[in-house]
Write a protein that binds this ligand. Structure first.
Ligand code: SER
Length: 591
């Protein structure tokens, strides 16, 4: 297939255009935000920029551009059609208190019509209709008219408000750009809001001049920002004349492989092929992230598990047996590693985890499916599966709720989501209590020995990061009078020589008799000072404690710590082992 514009060219054209308009190209961020407890994933290019949209100075200036990896799982149920994804790349440009509506809209229009050569007749836009919080966006309407759109191509819309990404934060009215995928209208009033679906949204210019506060009110920000986001997959599809976004080069090799493995045709199994292709790609990026996660039963790990399991079930639909996700993953890694070299670095981990999850789920999926079939046998269309049963399927057979819902929906049966959530919450409450107990047994003990071990974890943490990579992160710690235990992200076993080396480095620091000092500062200052540690609440107005061990380590922590490393003694590693996938555990003592 000859593409009119390739993935590489399209990406480059966008970035070149905005660089030519004096934007600085910035790095794209991890999919797993470290500093924002209000969201699980990076869902938009603006998310890592929140402090700067709120007024902090960005080191690269006030005009920025990049391509950001995003994961959005709210639409997980929609995946299977021509244009929904749980992972996508977003092309974006930002003004941090620099240009506003006029320049933003003019640049968007110039890029679409001059660079991408889209005929302006195929475009239509929406603008904010206004409400009690913010007035009707007449200004944007007029700008679109001045640069050449007809009245009939501009629609007032009450959904044109974007953000905040979490619960609070920058947001504002937006103007979305749509492309008519069929060239003609279904009726004279057809447009972006028409149910026929021929108008596909490709770009969104958000005029972020408001902040949503925790009480739900809106206030004006100190600066007027622009945040734009263009869906790469959709636009690439359109530019190449594909109605189906999965026909782009991003998926073609994966779909071909799937056809080869299953002996079935994409065109006859659209939904299953698309779900497998989408969910596997998202899993590759989540596993292969610099803050990479493994499938688990909580938070991001659980979403990842759901995606993988839904992909596995769709493979079963295609009557594929054996383990094939890793094979598909390799194709994605190859395709994307140029832009995301971390995927190649973490390749073994990605493939290993996918295989592991397939093996694990294959053990229970058959009995679970039998159990579910028995339940469904007794139900008619429009009946509901009780929450307790959905929870049992989750708890015993590892069926995520969406998974049960997907299968039930094929028979027109619903699932009692509220009931499921009730059982799920009770189950989580039990594990939370368990975790708290563990925590109590650990850090709450402030004896002299635990205090010394506590300082040792800081030194160990920094030794690991300095010698084995700054992407090592603390994943947990537990200290008793007998030993310290430190869990951290790292995807392989250490060799005995490496363990000796780590021990020696920790002891070298201890032997320097370094003073341990505590300073209280705002979280942001701590970050700027290069402190490591768990940044759990970015906008916290409270001060945090930062402990420094000489100039060697600086870490946010509640304490307590020794006053000088001379109090500590000799550090000895007892054991190094896997804690969970991608997480290693070191147990050590001070003698
Ligand atoms: N934040 C906006 C969006 O996600 C523009 O990038 O649509």
């Amino acid at each position: 297939m000859n593409y009119k514009i390739s993935y590489d060219d399209f990406r480059q054209k966008f970035l070149d255009f905005f660089v030519s308009k004096n934007h600085k190209l910035i790095k794209n961020s991890s999919l797993i935000p470290e500093n924002d407890p209000t969201v699980l994933f990076t869902t938009a290019g603006m998310q890592p920029l929140v402090p700067y949209l709120l007024g902090e100075k960005h080191p690269e200036g006030r005009r920025l551009t990049n391509v950001q990896r995003c994961v959005r799982t709210v639409d997980i149920g929609e995946v299977g059609d021509i244009s929904h994804f749980t992972f996508f790349e977003m092309l974006g440009n930002w003004s941090l208190g620099d240009y506003f509506k006029e320049e933003a809209i003019k640049m968007s229009f110039e890029f679409l019509t001059q660079v991408l050569k889209i005929n302006k007749k195929e475009l239509a836009v929406t603008v904010w209709i206004g409400n009690e919080s913010a007035p009707k966006d007449v200004e944007s309407y007029n700008i679109w008219k001045t640069i050449g759109l007809e009245d009939s191509q501009i629609c007032w819309c009450e959904d044109n408000w974007w953000g905040p990404a979490g619960i609070t934060g920058p947001c504002g009215p937006c103007s979305e750009m749509f492309f008519n995928t069929q060239g003609e209208k279904c009726s004279p009033t057809c447009g972006p809001l028409c149910k026929c679906g021929r108008y596909l949204e490709i770009w969104n210019d958000v005029f972020m001049e408001y902040n949503k506060n925790s009480d739900g009110s809106f206030s004006k920000l100190a600066q007027q920002n622009v945040d734009t986001g263009m869906g790469l997959e959709r636009t690439l599809g359109i530019l190449n004349g594909f109605k189906d976004n999965y026909e782009t080069e991003l998926f073609s090799a994966v779909l071909a492989k799937l056809a080869e493995i299953s002996g079935k045709k994409y065109q006859n199994n659209l939904r299953a092929f698309r779900k497998i292709a989408d969910h596997t790609r998202t899993a590759v990026f989540l596993l292969g992230d610099e803050n990479g996660i493994a499938p688990s039963n909580i938070d991001q790990g659980y979403i990842l598990r759901r995606l993988i399991r839904i992909a596995i079930r769709n493979l079963k639909q295609l009557e594929v047996s054996g383990h094939v996700l890793a094979e598909l993953a390799e194709i994605y890694i190859e395709k994307y590693k140029k832009y995301y070299p971390i995927l190649e670095t973490r390749k073994d981990f990605i493939l290993h985890e996918l295989n592991k999850e397939e093996i694990l789920f294959n053990r229970t999926i058959h009995s679970g499916l039998k159990e579910l079939a028995k339940v469904l046998e007794k139900l008619q269309s429009n009946d509901t599966i009780r929450g307790e049963i959905a929870f049992k399927l989750y708890d015993t057979y590892g069926f995520p709720l969406e998974f049960t819902e997907e299968i039930a929906s094929e028979k027109g049966v619903k699932v009692d989501v509220a009931g499921f959530n009730k059982f799920f919450a009770e189950h989580q409450e039990k594990s939370r209590r368990g975790a708290e107990q563990k925590f109590k047994g650990g850090l709450a003990d402030h004896s002299e020995i635990t205090t010394r071990l506590h300082t040792a974890t800081h030194i160990l943490h920094t030794v690991l990061r300095k010698n084995f990579g700054q992407d090592i992160k603390q994943k947990g710690s537990n200290i008793t009078a007998e030993r310290m235990r430190f869990d951290f992200s790292f995807d392989r076993k250490f060799t005995p020589d490496e363990l000796k080396f780590i021990e020696q480095k920790v002891n070298e620091v201890i032997e320097q008799n370094l003073e341990v000092q505590m300073e209280e500062m705002m979280l942001e200052e701590a970050q700027q000072a290069g402190a490591i540690g768990l940044f759990t609440n970015k906008y916290d107005k409270e001060k945090v404690k930062v402990y420094s061990v000489g100039k060697f380590s600086k870490e946010i922590c509640g304490g307590p710590h020794v006053k000088n490393t001379s109090e500590m003694g000799h550090f000895r590693i007892l054991k190094e082992e896997a804690s969970s996938a991608g997480v290693r555990r070191i147990k050590a003592v001070l003698e």
